[in-house]
Design a protein around this ligand. Structure first.
Ligand SMILES: Cc1ncc(COP(=O)(O)O)c(C=O)c1O
Length: 288
């Protein structure tokens, strides 16, 4: 499935890709990535994802590549893999390239390694019916705005969540609730959806922004202000957002029911509005 991938300027079968053991992505986790979803064969918010990849590349000081130039690759992959009008996710990764192992950057003529592939969209039914999450201490670095391939704290946190029978771990730093290991976090207080403000401590989620844009347009109250762990007991509803998870209600946090333990009206409405927006945007002729 989706056997044709892009690797360093060439489309080939995934089984034929060989990556150098000197690649800095392999040695240091020195690279950035993006995941873009396509509905019915059309990408949703692709430009936002590629702009965020540029932000990540700038943050890592990986030069010589404009992520927007990767746009046609995503369309080619769709064609070459006969996606037609199916749903799919595209994964794009850029590393600093391949060079003799040394912490400081390699010489300027070392080119970034670019890899892109398509993957099936995995939709767990609980993304609709409600998910359980745990909170964990945030052990990540302080450049979480960079979507780095170096995801060890996220993997460790997510594994803890899975072992607790949950699907997501929500990072808490100095008592402030920030985001999940692979999603943004919202809580609803007195009818106002609140999410952490953009900073170096969270990834600027594309879905988070889409949800805020919907709130703005529909006159739904929201704020981008810190959420404290001690306040969570007062939240009427909570939800996570992400490119493939869309808007998923949280029904249990740290083993305790959220609200009455069912998805609340606020998150159900937002999830419907988000779906409608994704449908409308991908029904249109423009896919950017
Ligand atoms: C740490 C983190 N926060 C938030 C998100 C959600 O971002 P987006 O809505 O752009 O998928 C992700 C997605 O992978 C993530 O890894």
């Amino acid at each position: 499935m989706f056997d044709t991938v892009y690797f360093d300027g060439i489309y080939k079968r995934k089984a034929d890709v060989s990556i150098s053991p000197d690649d800095r992505g392999f040695l240091f986790g020195d690279g950035a990535y993006e995941v873009v979803v396509a509905y019915r064969g059309r990408y949703f918010r692709k430009r936002e994802h590629l702009e965020r990849l540029n932000h990540s590349l700038r943050g890592l000081r990986i030069g010589g590549l404009d992520a927007l130039s990767l746009d046609p690759i995503l369309d080619d992959l769709m064609r070459k893999n006969d996606v037609g009008s199916g749903d799919v996710t595209a994964y794009i990764q850029v590393t600093r390239g391949s060079a003799v192992r040394k912490h400081a950057f390699p010489p300027a003529d070392v080119r970034p390694t670019v890899f892109a592939q398509l993957m099936p969209v995995v939709r767990d039914p609980s993304f609709k019916t409600g998910v359980s999450v745990i909170t964990v201490p945030d052990t990540r670095w302080s450049r979480c705005d960079i979507k780095s391939v170096n995801l060890l704290p996220n993997c460790l946190a997510n594994q803890l969540a899975q072992e607790a029978g949950c699907i997501e771990a929500i990072f808490v730093r100095d008592g402030v609730v920030l985001e999940g290991s692979l999603s943004s976090f919202f809580a609803v207080f007195d009818g106002v959806a609140r999410t952490a403000p953009k900073s170096n401590y969270i990834l600027a989620g594309v879905t988070r922004q889409a949800v805020l844009d919907i709130c703005e347009r529909e006159g739904i109250s929201f704020s981008e202000e810190p959420i404290y762990l001690t306040e969570l007991q007062d939240a009427e509803e909570m939800f996570i957002t992400g490119t493939t998870r869309e808007v998923a209600p949280i029904i249990r946090l740290d083993g305790q029911p959220v609200g009455n333990g069912q998805p609340g009206p606020f998150v159900r409405r937002l999830a419907e509005l988000y779906r409608a927006e994704a449908e409308a945007a991908t029904a249109d002729a423009k896919t950017a």
